[in-house]
Design a binder for this molecule. Structure first.
Ligand code: ZN
Length: 151
């Protein structure tokens, strides 16, 4: 049985919003600042705001762990970016710079980058290391989500 509502952190003002599942695809806006809750782009998250989106929000979070000096990460960046509008609002996409937020890299035991980690309620559901194309990101995320729902 599906929960009737999702809790979503606003990417702009950090307010927690309650959004009925049926209205997720209707471009929901933040109740406090009225900005769109989905922008068709990954959120750049750091140690200060990560848990708001990974733990307190109930939507699955797909995180790209990367660093500015990593060639394959930079190659993959536009693909990950373009995957966002295709995967929202089934999940949210986020990027974590492991140089700027080493504690998050350590917390998830990131050994190589880029690494994609899919989280649900703050817990890891799946991970995949190595650069992927837009199509591979979308297919992989949809497959893992479907598998996680069946668990
Ligand atoms: Zn807001």
């Amino acid at each position: 049985m599906n929960a009737p509502d999702h809790l979503l952190a606003c990417p702009h003002c950090a307010a927690m919003n309650r959004v009925p599942v049926a209205r997720l695809a209707e471009q929901p806006k933040c109740g406090r600042c009225h900005a769109p809750l989905f922008m068709g782009t990954p959120l750049a998250l750091g140690e200060a705001d990560f848990d708001r989106h990974a733990l307190r929000s109930t939507l699955p979070l797909l995180v790209d762990f990367w660093a500015p000096w990593c060639g394959p990460c930079l190659q993959m960046a536009p693909h990950f970016q373009q995957a966002a509008p295709l995967l929202e609002p089934a999940l949210r996409l986020a990027k974590v710079d492991t140089d700027a937020s080493p504690a998050l890299g350590n917390r998830f035991g990131i050994r190589s980058i880029p690494t994609l980690v899919l989280l649900r309620d703050g817990a890891e559901v799946a991970r995949q290391a190595g650069a992927m194309t837009r199509e591979q990101v979308v297919q992989w995320a949809r497959m893992q989500l479907a598998a996680a729902r069946g668990r």
